[in-house]
Design a protein around this ligand. Sequence first.
Ligand code: XLS
Ligand code: NI
Ligand code: NI
Length: 445
Amino acid sequence: MVQVNNNTINYFESVNKILYEGKNSKNPLAFKYYNPEEVVGNKTMREQLRFSVAFWHTFTADGTDPFGAATMQRSWDKYDGMDLAKARVEAAFQLFEKLDVPFFAFHDRDIAPEGSSLKETNENLDIIVNMIKDYMKTSNVKLLWNTANMFTNPRFVHGAATSCNADVFAYAAAQVKKGLETAKVLGAENYVFWGGREGYETLLNTNLKLELDNLARFMHMAVDYAKEIGFEGQFLIEPKPKEPTTHQYDTDAATTISFLRQYGLDQYFKLNLEANHATLAGHTFEHELRIARVQGFLGSVDANQGDSLLGWDTDEFPTDLYATTLAMYEILQNGGLGSGGLNFDAKVRRGSFEQEDLVYAHVAGMDAFARGLKVAHKLLEDRVFENIIDERYGSFKEGIGLEIVEGRASFHTLEQHALRNPNITNKSGRQEQLKAILNQYILEV
Ligand code: XLS
Ligand code: NI
Ligand code: NI
């Protein structure tokens, strides 16, 4: 055990290391499906899934919502200020070990409090970053990504890189500069941009063109600075359509890819896709993953789920097996996530206020993705949908279809074909049958 506040505290006293006990286990503090060493496909589950704990939801959130006060009292909350920040790091590394997760992720302001000036804030950050660095020396946990919180402080009321105020743009740049230095010091695998308040409330006061141009300028400067200091992690953008602003610029995967291409940033960035953001954008999670995958932009995942009855970013722990299966189906076809991972950008419900709930929640999410991985792997191994899809598009493998695909067709040749073939026959898409097959795999693999 490690010592921080000159105390040796076991912050998760009632919890032992979580072990794989198999699907018949009744132990809530054991994995039923996640068996880190089990090989699925060509890698172990640990390598395939690359789980990450999100510092903000698990160590700083307290259950506050727009209607009510904090419900969660954590064992590290007896401290405050920098002592609290240190205690959180200590608790975090204890939980990482108990869950045996390979990664974690944080915003700068999750890990250290702001001071009265940028200089003091950076000094606070340095102390905690050095402490984390020390912990990482004796732990297997790596930093999946870090990011800058440029949405909580009132200075970001009109955004950060898309603020109407150039002083705020400069402050944000200073913050991301420090963030990249932090990423370098801690060997982060990625650096994330989530567009906190990078959007607008009303077009009536917004120079949309200037804001988008500035956002791109900001990202180019980040890329340049990363090169300058030798940070080689992957840059990621996390799309979200709304909340907190009415319209967020990084609305969804397709919009963000088009922004990256328009501004010549596409070679430097991939996407960090969050399940709940996909549904907020009116898409399924698998849609977002597919769009990114087929265009070579699938970088990482914020693994959570929304609630269709609520319609905001509820950030629940992922337990929906259809969603985890179809997500893993995309990820496996992507050849994995590369330097990315499955980051639990998820929080326990306000009513789940006991500290053990944090552990139950991660166990639930890890098991749901482990099961999704196995089902998706089997679906792909059996070529269940691939064979059906191949056959469905068979008309493009011969005759006029092949001419179209090979670029040999024109409106002239196509018109001749249409005139020669008056009787078109289509075949059923078999959606219901396919869903029944998917159910069968989820239940039986
Ligand atoms: C908020 C985002 C945020 C990012 C990191 O909706 O999901 O948590 O993942 O800034
Ligand atoms: Ni997120
Ligand atoms: Ni989110």
